[in-house]
Every structure is written in structure tokens, then in C-alpha cells.
Ligand binder design. Structure first.
Ligand code: CTP
Length: 418
């Protein structure tokens, strides 16, 4: 299978934390005792060879992966989640995730469908994968400990910076690989190799056969990248983004919005919600709604979309000269912070930006000193009158008209006399 056996024992033991390594060694040993074999596969092998840290471990087992995971957990303090229908298990251990799957081959009943699975050898398992650089494994059991398995020449492609699919029907089997390929290319600074690129372009129409949920999962993965805009810019130029939404033009200004989102969120990474809002900022409400239902986006995101459109509709009002702080507050309160931030970044009414910034930095966190119960003690019953009084006190505070608790009480007293 291999020209010359490559041992990665040193790399493995130097790069992975000792405790994780101990666990992986015991997985290999336990598998051997069961007359099975365990291997580290996929992204972690790729990253190990690149010298990058990746502690999301995928194990492939020639044997019963779920039974092996159960046996291993007998000795240690971790949690296990089993997916019976896929024959997979996940162990969470000290903040690491270790996924166990039985080596398998896959057949696709129709393009875009989830594959049908049959147990298979390691090599068959590697050959069903997306790209050569993701189709390598390292042995953990017996004399195979540390051995690199590379039936598709992934190591050479890794050295040459190439993203290459394994067979000409790969994007037809699973066209989410189109998005995955662009993501790896941009993340690693690689090139999709010429033949793969030809097939990718040929198979762009196949993206129509994939469910919205699977596409939105891929887009979420892109948002977790350090520079998602590079992936979208490339996708736009190739006509891939067009399949997500034909109205999104991912041009230079949009690339800058993404960079700005990072600056504004620093030291944290921007939330996926903010990126979703920027990606769709130029769509009108109807198209945004269509987008939400196509991708079956969760409530948390769809609500932010609606908030973002509502704030966008208020930009003219927010740019009025002489607008008071309380007016700004009343125009923006209740909308998600990401929806407001998206408008700060992407809104085209320059004069509204000061109001949006003021709200985010100061106004939205302001509170009255007195509370509803203080006003009730002054003889007011719960209801619209109480709400009106609280609002008046808050407005006065927002506008800098009150300083002390007594100032606030004075406002209520005055209203009681009216
Ligand atoms: N895989 C595949 N086809 C897909 C999805 C995944 O062949 N459509 C295979 C690849 O071998 C991949 C592995 O499954 O390396 C694990 O998938 P995933 O966790 O999505 O990829 P990683 O490479 O581990 O992670 P990342 O993309 O974050 O680097």
C-alpha cells in the first residue's frame, strides 16, 4: 500500500498533549486486545503534518467503534454520547472531543442524499473521503503504532499546497464538498488543483440537490474561519455563492465589513449571527425571509435578521439633527445588539452612525436608580401609569436631566400632581 513506511511516532507524541496521547495509546491497545485496529484519521492527521494544533480527534476503528469507546470509558472519567444509527460514539475528556467511527464505505442513492454505509477496511474508508489531504490516517494499534496511511497521496498534496478530490464523481456524491474545498483552500493558503477546479465548476448546479440545513452548516463552518471573507470572495468569483443567493454580491466593501466585524468584536471572534447579517445586509426584507426559509435558519438568527431590517428602516430617523438620547433609545431598544452592530458596519446613512454607536456604547446599559416598587410605595398601582412614569424617569436619565435618586423621585411626584 505504501512505497516506504512513514512513522510519525515522534510528531504524534510531541504535538499532542501527553494526557490525550495516553488516551489514544490505550485506545490502540484496547483495540488490539479485541483483535481490532484503531487509527487517527482526517483533519487531525493533516494538521499534525502541517505542524498545526488540532485536538478534535477522529478515530476510525476496523471493528466495533461503539463497543471500543464503551470499554475505554470504563477506566477514565469522561462522558460518552452514542449515535446508534451511525455506529459512532463521542467521548469528551478534559475538554477534548474524541469521535469513534467504524471504518466504512459509502454509497449515495442519489446526489445530495446522505450516504448508505457498509463496514469496510481503513483504506476503503479513506477512499470515500473528500480531499486527499483529509484522507490520511495514523495507526495506533500494535506494530502499526505511528504508521502513516496515505493511499491517495495526501502528503504530497499537503507539501505542494493542493486541494484535490479523490474521484471525478466526488462533488456529485456530496456537493457540500464544494464549500469545504473553498474553505480549506482559503484557510491553508492552498490552491484547488486544476482538474478538481474544473469538476467543481461543472458540479456547481448540484448544490441545488442539497438540503438547506446542510448548506447552512457549511456556511457556519466558514464563519468559524479566521478570514471567512476570503472564502466568500472566492465563492462569488466562481459562481458558487450565486447558488446560495443570486442577489449577494460579495465585493470589496463586503470583505471590509467582515474585517470591521472582527475589529469591533476583538478580543472575541465575531458571532456567527453578525456575519450572517453582514452577508445578507443588502437583501430586502422579502429576500431575507426567503433566505431564512431556504436555509431553515434557527429562531435566534432569523429574529436577528428581522431586527436588522427594522433598524435599517430607522437609520434616517436616527440621523435627524438634534435627536435626543431618549429618542435614540426608544428607536433602538429591544433590537438585538448584533443587528445594531451590523448597521454600524454596513449602514449607508453616514449621519446615523453616531447615534448607533452612542446607543451601543452608553445608552443601552443605562438604568434608572429608582424601580417600579419605589413608585408603587408612592401610591401608584401596577399598570400603564407606572410604566409611563418609569419611562419618563429613564428618558430624563438618558438625556442627562437627573443625577440623584431624589431627582428621579421629583419627576414622579411632579407627574402625580398633573
Ligand atoms: N469528510 C468527508 N466529506 C465530508 C465531510 C467530512 O470526506 N463532506 C471527512 C474528511 O476526511 C474530514 C473528516 O471527514 O477530514 C472529518 O470531517 P470534519 O470534522 O468536518 O473535518 P476536519 O478536517 O476534521 O475539520 P476541519 O474542517 O474543522 O478542519
Amino acid at each position: 500500500m505504501m512505497d516506504a513506511e512513514i512513522k510519525l511516532t515522534d510528531k504524534l507524541e510531541r504535538k499532542l498533549p501527553p494526557q490525550l496521547m495516553d488516551f489514544l495509546k490505550s485506545a490502540g491497545k484496547k483495540a488490539a486486545e479485541r483483535n481490532e485496529k484503531a487509527y487517527i484519521v482526517g483533519g487531525v492527521v493533516r494538521d499534525l503534518l502541517l505542524g498545526l494544533a488540532n485536538y478534535d480527534i477522529d478515530l476510525t476503528v476496523e471493528g466495533d467503534a461503539v463497543a471500543l469507546a464503551h470499554e475505554l470509558l470504563g477506566n477514565i472519567a469522561g462522558t460518552i454520547t452514542v449515535h446508534k444509527q451511525f455506529n459512532t460514539a463521542k467521548i469528551e475528556l478534559e475538554g477534548w472531543n474524541i469521535d469513534f467511527a467504524t471504518a466504512r464505505s459509502e454509497t449515495y442513492a442519489r446526489p445530495g442524499a446522505l450516504p448508505e454505509i457498509t463496514p469496510a477496511s481503513l483504506v476503503e474508508d479513506l477512499k470515500r473521503r473528500d480531499f486527499t489531504i483529509n484522507a490520511m490516517a495514523i495507526g495506533l494499534s500494535g506494530k502499526n503504532y505511528g504508521t502513516l496511511y496515505d493511499p491517495c497521496n495526501g502528503k504530497t498534496d499537503l507539501q505542494e499546497g493542493k486541494i484535490r478530490i479523490l474521484h471525478d464523481g466526488s462533488f456529485i456524491d456530496d456537493s457540500t464538498r464544494i464549500w469545504r474545498g473553498l474553505r480549506y483552500e482559503q484557510r491553508l493558503g492552498f490552491q484547488i488543483e486544476a482538474h478538481t477546479l474544473e469538476l467543481l465548476k461543472r458540479d456547481i448546479p448540484m448544490l441545488d440537490s442539497v438540503s438547506g440545513e446542510r448548506i447552512s452548516y457549511e456556511i457556519d463552518c466558514i464563519f468559524k474561519e479566521q478570514h471567512p471573507e476570503r472564502v466568500f470572495a472566492r465563492a462569488y468569483r466562481l459562481g458558487v455563492l450565486n447558488k446560495l443567493n443570486a442577489l449577494i454580491k460579495f465585493d470589496k466593501p463586503m470583505e471590509e465589513w467582515f474585517a470591521r466585524a472582527r475589529e469591533m468584536s476583538y478580543p472575541n471572534a465575531p458571532s456567527a449571527v453578525l456575519y450572517w447579517l453582514l452577508l445578507t445586509y443588502n437583501l430586502d426584507i422579502d429576500n431575507r425571509e426567503r433566505f431564512i426559509s431556504y436555509l431553515k435558519l434557527p429562531k435566534r438568527i432569523s429574529q436577528a435578521f428581522r431586527d436588522c431590517s427594522a433598524v435599517k428602516d430607522r437609520l434616517e430617523l436616527l440621523s435627524a439633527s438634534g435627536i435626543s438620547n431618549s429618542e435614540i433609545y426608544r428607536l433602538l431598544t429591544g433590537y438585538s445588539p448584533q443587528a445594531i452592530t451590523a448597521n454600524i458596519i454596513a449602514g449607508d446613512v453616514e449621519e446615523s452612525r453616531a447615534a448607533l454607536n452612542l446607543y451601543m456604547e452608553k445608552l443601552r446599559g443605562m438604568k434608572t436608580i429608582i424601580s417600579g416598587s419605589d413608585i408603587m410605595q408612592m401610591g401608584v398601582e401596577q399598570g400603564p401609569q407606572l410604566k409611563k412614569m418609569l419611562d419618563a424617569v429613564l428618558d430624563a436619565r438618558l438625556n442627562g436631566e437627573v443625577i440623584s435618586r431624589e431627582d428621579e423621585i421629583a419627576i414622579v411626584k411632579k407627574m402625580l400632581k398633573e
